[in-house]
Structures are given as C-alpha cells and as structure tokens.
Write a protein that binds this ligand. Structure first.
Ligand SMILES: [Zn+2]
Ligand SMILES: [Zn+2]
Length: 360
C-alpha cells in the first residue's frame, strides 16, 4: 500500500488557499489573505511592546539626509526618548512619515530647531498636525529655537490655517480641539559668545542644553546636548568646525554631527549641467563640516563615538563610505558610524555601552 508523502496535504492546502483567495478577489474585489497579513502587521505595531523604548537614553535617526534628492534618506530629524520624555530635533523634508514609522510618542515635549534653513523646518507643519490629530491635543506643539523661531511658527500656523479648519469640520472639535492646532514658539536667546549655552529643560532627570554653533552666514544656529542618568549625546545641527562643540559636547557618549564630503560635492560642482546647481555645490562646503572636521570635534570633545547624519551628497552604498569618511579615522580612532534613517542608539544608565539597532 502506498503512503502519502507528508508534504502533499500541505501543498493541497496552499493551492486551495490560493484558489479561494483568488476567487474572493475576483468575486468581491478583496483578498482575505492580504487582509489577514495587513491586519496582523498593523496590530503588531499597535502593541505597547512595539512602541516601548528600552531603559536609558535613546536616540532615533528619523532622517539623515540633506536637501538633495536621496531615495534612502529623509531630511534632517533626530528623536531623543528618555523615560517619559520625547524631544525631536529639526524637521527636515519627509520627517513626519518616518516619525510614524519610528513609533516614538506622537506627542513630544517639544520640537527643537537648530536653525531656519528649509531642510530643517520643512516638516514642522505636519509634525504639529500629528501632535494635534493623533492626540486630540488641546495645546499646540511647543517649538523651541533661537531668535526667529516665532516667525517660522507664525508662518506655518498661517499656512496650515485652512487645513486646520477642514480637520475640525470633518472630525469634530471633540477630536480636533481648535485650541490644539498648530504650534507655539518659545525663543531662547543665548549670550553673544561663540560657545554660549543655556539649559532649556531640566526635569525628570533629563537636562537639555542649547549651544551656539557656526553655520557661517546662517545666524543664529545652535546644537543641543541631552544628559540623562549619567549618559549623554550632542546633536550638532548644521555647523562648520567650531570650538563650541568641543566645549559643549565634552565627554558625551555620542556626538551626532552633520557631514559633507568635499571631494564628492566637488564632483557635483564640476559636472552639474545646471550652472545654479554648480554654484550651490561650490558655496556649501564653507559652512558645513567635513567628516574630518566632525572627527576633530569628536576627538576634542573626547566623545565616546561619532555618528554622522545630514549626509551630503547622497551616499547610498556602503561601498562609498570609506571614501566619504576620508581621513576621519585618523583624527578620531574610536567608532565612526554613518547614520541611516531608522537607526537607533540605546545608552543604558550605569554602563558605557551603546546598543545599536533598527527602529524601522
Ligand atoms: Zn543649514
Ligand atoms: Zn541643513
């Protein structure tokens, strides 16, 4: 007597499922298998466990790109999550989409702006909309920045005013309380010194410090430092080499620094068919940091590690990374990571370790 091969019933089930699913699709226009997968995937991301962050200071690179078109990187944006506190630094293009993927709390304590170049503010309106619409918030999103932040906030509020009205009308004032629409600015004025700094938040063990950086003609420009339970990180914003970072990022576990490869950008200047593109490529190296500049600042600050973001120009393939970094490793012999969207860094209290993972 012949015995059935064990795989046979499984094959029958698979084929039958495909036939039934195809039948459903043909008859009703939807596929139960696809719906089941989508539902499971969506529910998994709703689980508290999927949204939880490990103990300690957590940094998620939301967007690591620049204004240049880059299929692998959204615009500059970094989230810092420490205990119950969440801060977002900058709001580059596309940041709000990745914020949703990152599953950080949709109601951050504040959005911190480093300066007002378009590639750092572009998503402000959408982040404020998420803060409002996903929380029925009765208070607008707090946006903290150097002088000028009030003008930026006012402009976004005006630009989104019609949209705000549609939301209230469509979803009701109960779910979209008009008082919570948009954002509200808090201006922090630093002293005139090149390395001026001010503590802007100090609660629940988390201290946030704003410090001046040097972005050439773009004034004011600042970076931020976060200290939590003995661990610390600093975020440069856009800057050329500056002693202010050496001083204000002193001893941090990780310095997150912007980086522009001068040799890579010189290719754009030389071969761009559009003369305006060539002109911009010619001008930008003088107010950004090269990977070597970043390495020098990290060494001066005695940082535990250097992570680069705001990568200019688009540098998608890891095969390009050594050329992008150039001599950076000679100036900073500790770990240098080229950041990517979705990268997460966990700094556990009472240790020196940095646990790197993917948040999305
Ligand atoms: Zn800038
Ligand atoms: Zn920028």
């Amino acid at each position: 007597m012949k015995t059935a091969k064990p795989l046979k019933p499984l094959a029958v089930i698979i084929v039958a499922s495909i036939v039934i699913a195809a039948g459903f699709t043909a008859a009703f226009g939807w596929n139960p298998a696809v719906m089941a997968i989508m539902t499971a995937e969506f529910r998994k991301n709703q689980e508290p466990a999927a949204r939880a962050f490990p103990e300690g200071l957590n940094v998620v690179l939301i967007g690591t790109g620049s204004p240049m078109g880059d299929i692998t990187r959204e615009g500059a944006c970094i989230a810092v999550v420490a205990g119950e506190r969440t801060f977002i630094v900058d709001a580059g293009e596309g940041a709000n989409r990745n914020i949703q993927l990152s599953k950080i709390p949709s109601k951050p304590d504040a959005l911190l702006l480093t300066h007002f170049h378009s590639d750092h503010i572009a998503s402000l309106g959408d982040i404020a909309l998420g803060h409002w619409g996903r929380n029925a918030s009765t208070e607008p999103l707090l946006v903290i920045g150097p002088p000028g932040v009030d003008r930026v906030v006012k402009g976004f509020n005006e630009a989104y005013a019609l949209d705000d009205n549609y939301r209230v009308e469509h979803h009701s004032a109960e779910w979209m309380p008009p008082a919570g629409a948009g954002s509200v600015a808090r201006t922090v004025e630093l002293g005139p010194e090149g390395d001026a700094a001010a503590v802007i938040f100090d609660e629940d063990g988390l201290k946030v410090t704003m410090f001046r950086v040097d972005h050439g003609v773009v004034k004011p420009a600042v970076g931020y430092r976060f200290d939590y339970q003995g661990r610390s990180v600093a975020i440069s914003g856009d800057t050329m080499y500056t002693e202010s970072i050496v001083k204000n990022a002193a001893g941090v576990d990780i310095l997150f620094c912007e980086a522009l490869s001068v040799p890579f950008v010189s290719v754009i200047e030389r071969y761009a068919s559009n003369p305006s593109t060539a002109k911009v490529a010619h001008d930008i190296p003088d107010y950004h940091s090269s990977p070597v500049d970043a390495a020098k600042m990290a060494r001066g600050a005695d940082a535990g590690m250097l992570a680069l973001y705001h990568i200019i120009p688009p540098t998608a393939s890891p095969l390009m990374f050594p050329s992008f970094l150039g001599d950076a490793g000679k100036y900073f012999p500790r770990q240098i990571t080229i950041g990517a969207d979705g990268m997460m860094f966990n700094l556990k209290p009472g240790s020196k370790t940095v646990r790197q993972s993917r948040r999305f």
